[in-house]
Design a protein around this ligand. Structure first.
Ligand code: ADP
Ligand code: DP6
Ligand code: CO
Length: 361
């Protein structure tokens, strides 16, 4: 490579959807490797609506690794970015493009610098899992650039070291993050449960209550919960393991009532452990609570659940409707209860047509 011209630049662009957990991850047993205290299950969203687009470039003329997030330069010094870059570089392979006269050997990648340009088409750090789409996309695009040959499961273990929830965005459909037992995190990976076609009647509505950046990041929030909450151990050891089994079964059987009951209960319990943290963490606000009441009342009136709600670490509602008809009625209800341009209006709605989508890339 040394004798080649410094003019070439090699680029890869990837797009990765976000994922929303229906059984939540909250709490780490290892902060550096990002190992969870419980398994979690999520659904990967339609990249047409909520996704990260990342372009990674390499050139001998680059002097250092640099990154831009939503058009602003950010520092790559943090351990999460460094861990992802190191793990991908360690697995890089020879690359050759004869036409362009580019030849990069395995070892060259250690000395070549990358420039990363990433953009989220939805609010960043607002509880819509930007860290999930962001780190999954970063790892996926770097792996393509450096000709890494590992499968998405192995890549998920690297994305996990960027942000825990990111490991689940390497697959479409419903995905489980197995917490694993190994100290080195080698068995803490994402596994696809069912693909996006398995339950394609589901429609996901995102009601953006606020696109403002949250006050407590997921990382610091869950750290405080693990240290101070008396409920978290009960949740991680007693409640979640049972729910994981029930949720997997509900997904396999497309059993919407059980799915909805588990999803809503798990979201509520996650926010209960946030409240049980000292000082308490409030991710939901009054509007979020009103969305919950609206869904609960409607589900009860119908006699069987039409919509499940779940809230991540932020005030924004993710509503999973059993089919298109329920989604349309839900949207009508939202517009009625939160009229646009009123005191209680929502920032925006995103409605997925085919909300559960394919694998990353
Ligand atoms: P969220 O609920 O949006 O996931 P988090 O607090 O978990 O919020 O994470 C937000 C952080 O994730 C951001 O401050 C940034 O460090 C990182 N992040 C978000 N988007 C990207 C991206 N596209 N690429 C890399 N990192 C990202
Ligand atoms: C509430 O994955 O954002 O969204 O691993 O510290 O980056 P870090 O946290 P993050 O936490 C996600 C928490 C959650 C639930 C979930 O996605 O499972
Ligand atoms: Co996050």
């Amino acid at each position: 490579m040394a004798e080649q011209s410094k003019k070439w630049i090699l680029m890869v662009t990837a797009q990765t959807p976000t994922n929303i957990a229906v059984i939540k991850y909250w709490g780490k047993r290892d902060e550096n490797l990002i190992l969870a205290i419980n398994d979690s299950i999520s659904v990967t969203l339609d990249p047409a609506h909520l996704c990260t687009t990342t372009t990674v470039a390499v050139s001998p003329s680059f002097q250092q690794d640099r990154m831009w997030l939503n058009k602003k330069e950010i520092s790559l010094d943090g351990a999460r970015y460094q861990n992802c870059l190191r793990e991908i570089r360690a697995r890089a392979n020879d690359y050759e493009d004869e036409k362009k006269g580019i030849k990069i050997s395995k070892n060259d990648w250690q000395n070549l610098h990358v420039h990363i340009d990433s953009y989220n088409n939805f609010p960043t750090a607002a509880g819509l899992a930007s860290s999930a789409a962001g780190f999954a996309c970063l790892v996926f695009s770097l792996a393509k650039l450096m000709n890494v040959q590992e499968d998405n499961g192995r890549l998920s273990a690297i994305a996990r070291q960027g942000s825990g929830s990111a490991c689940r965005s390497l697959f479409g459909g419903f995905v489980k993050w197995v917490m694993g037992k190994e100290e080195d995190g080698s068995d803490s990976i994402a596994v696809p449960l069912v693909d996006e076609k398995h339950w394609d009647e589901l429609v996901i509505i995102i009601a953006v209550v606020s696109s403002r950046q949250k006050e407590t990041s997921s990382t610091s929030g869950m750290r405080e919960t693990v240290v101070t909450s008396a409920l978290i151990e009960h949740r991680a050891k007693e409640v979640v393991p049972k729910r994981i089994i029930q949720m997997e079964e509900a997904i396999q059987n497309r059993d919407f009532p059980t799915f909805a009951q588990l999803t809503c209960s798990d979201s509520n319990q996650f926010h209960a452990v946030c409240m049980d943290t000292s000082p308490p963490i409030f991710y939901m606000n009054d509007t979020s609570h009103r969305v919950i009441s609206c869904v609960e009342k409607w589900n009860r009136a119908e006699g069987t659940p039409q919509v499940a709600y779940t809230f991540d670490a932020g005030p924004n509602a993710v509503l999973i409707a059993r089919n298109r008809k329920a989604a349309a009625l839900m949207l009508q209800r939202l517009l009625f209860h939160f009229p646009p341009n009123s005191d209680t209006d929502l920032d925006s709605y995103v409605i997925g047509d085919k909300s559960i989508l394919k694998d990353a890339g």
